[in-house]
Design a protein around this ligand. Structure first.
Ligand code: IMP
Length: 428
């Protein structure tokens, strides 16, 4: 019997609550696999009242005896990874088996310096609002074919050769273009060798492990980071991250054929948020947006930045359904909408007097998009104790069913609070 693959992807601008969805589905999963991004992500999981924030480790690390994979598509900041592992060890929670693809790229110290230097050079107006974690520069090196991969950290000679070339070039950039200080070869080389030693026991062939597990009938979960509208190709370019958070990214970032993916679960927050710069048609900068931020605790898990908040955007959601091949929706944070008299939902955009039912390509149109709203009746009841769909107030059910009808995808999971148990499953 062949096992199943389910992909969990962010349907908006990230921070949809993917970590908690992965965690609440965890008991039926054998392998949790991250496929892109790096320590820019912040996946929050709350188990038995304790909060864990993972930037690099898959959210499944809290399940004992499971396998967690960091795929070739991820860019790894070894200091961050080793810190997360150490913290889990200290709490006695390092009970999952971790496999790191040797083909994953390493975020080197110069990548972080370059990320920050490039952002400050861009200045106001052209800034992307990156997390400063070196993500863009690390992917640049990957695609310009000079990047250092995890497997290179295990071989002192290869590492030396690659690092010499990279450091010569990066030090020129840092000093001549950005007016910074050069990095010392010896320091970076020594540090990299130590990383290699610490990470060596975890290095393996992620693609092969997944293939063998599927043949044994095991279930695999692809764990996306960020979201569809931050995708390098399909997002609001250039205000995006440097990887492919969409479901297809899972195949590339783990070495799995596209036909093997059985179900794509889009994680949709009941409203929208965005961190960093870039178009956000349904952003509400008034009291309603402020209230969403307060009620939803909308502050970045990685940078602590307040998130921009606004209403659910069906134009963007239809687009996310299309580019991910989404077959199921996990709707999170429905409880945050409690107490609003009415809830706005964007059904179309107007830009230059033209109506757009489909998400427009190009940042200039996206920035001009004026949301066209319908208003749905709100509810006052506290949802956080609901465990069955029938326990939700009629207005909340109407909201869920409106989403399903409009995008033609079932809402199979509803989050009514941050805890693992605060989950309603519907025909899952
Ligand atoms: P970078 O990924 O650090 O290069 O940042 C590029 C853009 O993606 C910025 O707008 C970030 O705020 C955004 N971003 C990166 N990671 C996340 C995330 O995990 N959640 C939400 N936004 C993110």
């Amino acid at each position: 019997m062949k096992g199943r693959i389910e992909a969990i992807v962010g349907a908006q601008w990230g921070d949809e609550g993917k970590g908690r969805v992965v965690d609440s589905l965890g008991s039926r999963v054998d392998i949790f696999a991250r496929y892109q991004g790096g320590a820019n992500a912040g996946h929050t999981v709350i188990v038995d009242g304790t909060k864990y924030v993972f930037h690099l480790l898959p959210s499944g690390m809290l399940y004992p005896c499971k396998t967690c994979i960091i795929g070739n598509g991820v860019v790894i900041d070894p200091d961050q990874l080793l810190t997360e592992l150490r913290e889990l060890q200290d709490q006695g929670k390092d009970r999952a088996r971790l496999i790191i693809s040797g083909a994953a790229h390493v975020v080197m110290p110069y990548h972080k310096l370059l990320d920050r230097a490039q952002e400050s050079l861009r200045g106001k107006g052209r800034k992307i609002g990156t997390t400063g974690r070196g993500i863009g520069p690390a992917y640049v090196d990957k695609y310009s074919r000079c990047g250092i991969r995890v497997e290179d950290l295990l071989d002192g000679d290869i590492l030396r050769e690659k690092l010499e070339y990279n450091l010569e070039e990066k030090n020129l950039q840092l000093t001549k273009i950005y007016g910074g200080k050069p990095l010392s070869f010896d320091e970076v080389y020594e540090k990299s060798l130590q990383w290699g030693k610490a990470m060596g026991p975890y290095v393996g062939d992620a693609s092969l492990v997944i293939d063998e597990a599927l043949r044994e009938g095991k279930n695999v979960l692809f764990e996306g980071a960020q979201g569809t509208l931050l995708d390098i190709d399909h997002g609001t370019y250039p205000y995006v991250t440097s990887s492919s958070p969409i479901a297809a990214g899972g195949c590339v970032g783990l070495g799995v054929g596209p036909g093997a993916v059985d179900r794509v679960i889009g994680v949709v927050k009941a409203y929208c948020t965005r961190v960093g710069e870039g178009p956000f048609p349904t952003e509400d900068t008034g009291p309603a947006g402020e209230r969403l931020r307060e009620n939803g605790g909308e502050f970045g898990a990685t940078t602590g930045r307040p998130r921009r908040c606004g209403w659910l955007d069906m134009v963007a959601l239809r687009y996310a359904v299309r580019v991910n091949g989404m077959s199921s929706i996990a709707l999170t944070k429905l409880d945050v909408l409690t107490g609003f008299d009415r809830i706005a939902v964007c059904t179309a955009y107007l830009a230059d007097g033209i109506r757009h039912d489909h998400f427009p390509s190009g940042v200039s149109l996206q920035e001009k998009a004026e949301p066209q709203y319908i208003y749905m009746e709100g509810w006052k009841e506290d949802l956080t104790g609901c465990r069955e769909y029938s326990e939700l107030p009629a207005q909340a059910r109407a909201y869920v069913e409106y989403i399903e009808k409009t995008v033609g995808v079932p809402v199979n999971l509803i989050g009514v609070g941050p805890g693992r148990e605060q989950t309603i499953l519907r025909n899952f």
